[in-house]
Design a protein around this ligand. Sequence first.
Ligand code: SAM
Length: 395
Amino acid sequence: MTPETADAFANHAAAYVHIPFCSAVCPYCDFAVVAGRDDLTERYVAALCAEIMGSEPWRPVQALYVGGGTPSRLDPGLLAMVLDAVERRHGIAGDAEVSLEANPEDFGPNFARTLRAIGFNRVSFGAQSFSAPVLSRLGRRHDAAQIEHAVLHARRSGFTSVSLDLIFGTPGESLDSWQHTVERTVALEPDHVSCYALTVERGTPLGRAVGNGAPAPDPDVQARAYQLADRRLGAAGYGRYETSNWARPGHECRYNLTVWAQGEYLAFGNGAHGHRGGVRFRNLRRIDAYIEAVERGETPRVGEETASGWASEIERLFVGLRRTVGVVPGSGGVALLAAPEGERLSQAGVIEVREGRLRVAKPLLGDEAMRAVLGLADPEVRENAASADTVSLDA
Ligand SMILES: C[S@@+](CC[C@H](N)C(=O)[O-])C[C@H]1O[C@@H](n2cnc3c(N)ncnc32)[C@H](O)[C@@H]1O
């Protein structure tokens, strides 16, 4: 992907819809999710549709991302209502990317066909691993065969883009086991692969276990696992276009590219974050609070910040630098390179300016570059930028 192509996503119109329901909350997860609340699905979707229909009309969206949580837990009829509301209020462009996050165990042939018929054309499976012990440690309820069947059903139903999410660096997982997962992934020939280092989030069961002495992910093992995936996926024809994302040419996730280019995206549902008309906003995180606010006819938004000037420049670096094409340096990039930490990272070859673009040249050390970018901002901006990153990783 050329820098020009990546930057052009700044002009795309995108939308995110959050579906918080899960069969169980994974021990590492700190997203806005609920388990055991399926009694709320119809009320939640009614609230979502009301929020969508109450939003200021915009233009047809070119990328719509239905994420979670586990959207595939919903009845397709409810998912159709959500797409219909977006279509009626804003429009969905004829060639739009319409993505759904799905768990492999939910994705049978009938479900796949119905989703395709109601308008989804891209599916992102929460595969995580092909190793039974790792899946078990991650609290997952599917097995490797179910991942393979899900991909097959997606292909047979005419999904034009299929993605797998993988997690590496689970304590106790050997590099051989991770290599096995990468090989099984490549053999399935998905169009897109996301590889995330297992992150220990505070307040999660994993966070508490590690706090009580359970083994934490080993950064050296994670670094080797990342390099292994990067080499193997690259050799199989997948280009890395962001720190954690690889795609066959033309299958880069357009919703993510819009977020990373600081484009505008609507956001609906509990805990959802959006960016529109120069304003970054976020919704109430708790599902009950979100439903009740919408049912009372109130806005579910709890935070709105107008990012301008320096704050916006820092955000541009923060969301753009993770892309392989990097960013035009601009005033923020110049300040980064002049700051002592930026100078150190530049001398160490972690960041570089090449062909007029500022890039992270050593993605393994990308977090150091991100910390240096945040170091240029005041505390308030730092918080906003962190939430922008959460949005990008959510997807
Ligand atoms: C919001 S989740 C939802 C997708 C789907 N329901 C699932 O869990 O399989 C999106 C992706 O984020 C990744 N993820 C979530 N929490 C993580 C963590 N603590 N560390 C690393 N990756 C994580 C997982 O790969 C997951 O598929």
